[in-house]
Design a protein around this ligand. Structure first.
Ligand code: MG
Length: 157
């Protein structure tokens, strides 16, 4: 088995959709980025790539590349899973923590699990999402951005 960790942050801004864990969440702000800026899936992908010894998403899907402009992170996750599979691994399980002062994310967690497991072709029981605030401290607490951590185990195919 191999372990990996991922971390990502995106800025909250007006005029963007809020997409986390592949789920579109109704909110007056969204995350700014080259792709759909899904910080949760970006953390997950970095954890998967890290566990496989394959570097990071910036190396595989650079934000200077127009092919990835506005792309769904579910599509990037699919490509990440293929890279990991080529290395001889599949996901054992993933635990993802999203840090956001607002909005309340709990109602959307089942959808995030389903979307993520759907792309990875695994049972939803292998994908866990948690949401927390930072008690109004720091940039997440001030509502300036949303961050996410992910820890992943990969198993040999
Ligand atoms: Mg990112």
């Amino acid at each position: 088995m191999r372990i990996g960790h991922g971390y990502d942050v995106h800025v909250l801004t007006e005029g963007r959709a809020l997409v986390l864990g592949g789920a579109e969440i109704p909110y007056h702000l969204g995350l700014l980025g080259h792709s759909d800026a899904d910080a949760a899936l970006h953390a997950l992908m970095d954890a998967m790539l890290g566990a496989a010894g394959l570097g990071d998403i910036g190396g595989h899907f650079p934000d200077s590349d127009d092919r990835f402009k506005g792309i769904s992170s579910l599509e990037l996750l699919h490509r990440t899973a293929l890279l990991v599979e080529e290395r001889g691994y599949r996901l054992g399980n993933a635990d993802i923590t999203i840090i956001a002062q607002a909005p309340k994310l709990a109602p959307y967690i089942p959808q995030m699990r389903e979307k993520t497991a759907g792309v990875l072709g695994c049972d939803v029981s292998k994908i866990n999402y948690k949401a927390t605030t930072e008690e109004k401290l720091g940039f997440t607490g001030a509502g300036q951005g949303i961050s996410a951590h992910a820890v992943v185990l990969l198993e040999e195919l």
